[in-house]
Ligand binder design. Sequence first.
Ligand SMILES: [Zn+2]
Length: 470
Amino acid sequence: MDHRALPRLAAPAVAALLAVTTACTGGTVQGRPGASGLRDPYFPKAGNGGYQVEHYALDLDYDPTDGVLHGRAVITARAEQGLSSFNLDLSGLRVEDVSVDGEGARFNRTGNELTVRPSDDLKKGQVFRTEVGYSGRPKALTDADGSKEGWIAGEDGAVGVGEPVGSMTWFPGNHHPSDKASYDITITVPHGYEAVSNGELKSRTEVTGGRTRFAWHNPEPMASYLATAVVGPYKVTTGRTPSGVSLYNAVSPQEAAASERSLARQSEMLEWGSRRFGPYPFGTAGAVVLPAGTLDYALETQTKPVYPGAPEDEALVLHELSHQWFGNSVSPKTWKDMWLNEGFATYAEWLWDEDHGGPTAQAHFDALLTGDTDVDEAADSDWAAFPPADPPGPQDISASPVYQRGAMVLHRIRQEVGDEKFFAMVRGWAADHRHGNASTADFTAYAQEKTGHDLKKVWDVWLYGKDRPK
Ligand SMILES: [Zn+2]
């Protein structure tokens, strides 16, 4: 890392002394440090304990010519315990100043942990505002499975993608899916560039220095891994679905022609999803098509999935849109619950096929069992390598069993309970956990209760079983 920050005292010592005196007059409970991680089974240091974020206001300034990001994050959070200090996750970059409720705060950095020591202890239940000024050239991360995430600079622009922990490369935060918050992301870029983020574009303003400021507003709760910021010379088109969801597509010019056919079906896909899974959970939708070669996977970033070049396969668009219900609205409690994201999104592809003259979900299921790649290209994958609810390690959370066998779990439930109960259960699941978090245990309990069936065998064999199911 080239922006190593040393501990420093940002506030005058006198102010700190006064603050201590004030805190003592209360004569009540002393705060203690918030935990530096949430002990996620796969990413134990991700996220932080002692508080929940309510809102992020990120003010970013990015120049693609030198790759330098200037950021100011204002994080409004509620203390869940008395806090003498608390942590934010941040990777790389130089922290310039930190304040809490307008008072300079001491801070230091160890690895990806930014520890903030406010001048006054925070009380349990207190809503407090942390402001962090930072800058530098963000560095992408390489995941355990070899893929890149975080802030990824391309030839003429950049994209921020954060599954599972890459968002800490471009803003400080509580980077674990269990802490969802609303966001306002403002991005200032040189004239001629577009800047795209989650939610709705509230304003686009020409500012001094020949630059343009884009203010994006994402009112619904969002897990930080689903936040995005994209900068580049994109071609923008807008529209609206019959149900009134506004669409915003930003497409790299060289990918525009090849993207047209599948992106034109987004409206139809969202209407279909609303019938199958219940109302679309967000006010906006759309897509960002990156220049080919920027990224090697698509990601369901909230309201605006990013695609690594033209999504010529419409199933990919359908998959990322389905995540808006499963993953983005109903988010995993920990990264062990990833199959709830990917199993549902894969099953949504099967259902889309079934409803549009393609192979039925049963045919997909059978193809995986028999290895028939004519029906399902994933049939030759190692989908039975491990149980979807128990990936061996962080390098496996995006492997085939989480996707294909996750979808097979859902199909096995459908076989047991029949279509009527199955689809009522799926819609109920999306409605009851809308804009929340849920775990595998929550799901298995819900599925049994909602359908009135004992599904223990499905869980034992398909969800948790080590052997290849037959
Ligand atoms: Zn997916």
